[in-house]
Ligand binder design. Structure first.
Ligand code: HEC
Length: 136
């Protein structure tokens, strides 16, 4: 009985981010990956820089002529991107901070520039919703 109440108590005291939060693969595949592929005026697409290079955000190389990643590649992208967020936290992790403009709370420097001017950018919000564990 005593053991149980101690267990219960430690669960209640854990900060939200420490409670396992599953990241949704389908949401990643259908909504997050398109953000990495999308061409926007004034911005280079994430995939152009990030399917090569030696930083931690390493996307799979698209097959010649392919516009999207296949299933196996999408799974690998999912695993890779999952390590760059803090599941359950809408703002933490390099995937959310690095491409975000510094004045909006992002990293001081990203070689890829200010990909998202603010947290109101719908693309940034898509990444954030995925990190929170939302499924749509
Ligand atoms: C013009 C090239 C370029 C573009 C476009 C670009 N990046 Fe980057 N990015 C880099 C380089 C180079 C680095 C590693 C050096 C640095 O931290 O700036 C990097 C670092 C990162 C990191 C941190 C990885 C680490 O190991 O610290 C993340 C996350 C990231 N980029 C996400 C994105 C996202 C998301 C997009 C698209 C919305 C994007 N980048 C677009 C060049 C680019």
């Amino acid at each position: 009985m005593r053991r149980i109440s101690i267990l219960l108590l430690s669960t209640l005291l854990l900060p939200p981010a420490a409670q396992a939060q599953a990241l949704d693969y389908q949401f990643f595949k259908s909504r997050v990956q398109p953000v990495f592929l999308e061409k926007r005026p004034g911005h280079t697409r994430c995939v152009v820089c990030h399917e090569r290079g030696n930083n931690a955000f390493r996307l799979e190389k698209l097959a010649p002529g392919a516009k999207v990643w296949d299933e196996g590649q999408s799974r690998k992208n999912f695993e890779m991107a999952s390590r760059l967020v803090v599941p359950g936290d809408p703002q933490a992790g390099l995937l959310l901070t690095h491409p975000l403009a510094p004045e909006a709370g992002g990293s001081a420097y990203h070689s890829g520039g200010r990909q998202f001017a603010s947290r109101n950018d719908p693309r940034w919000q898509t990444l954030s919703r995925w990190a929170q564990g939302q499924t749509r």
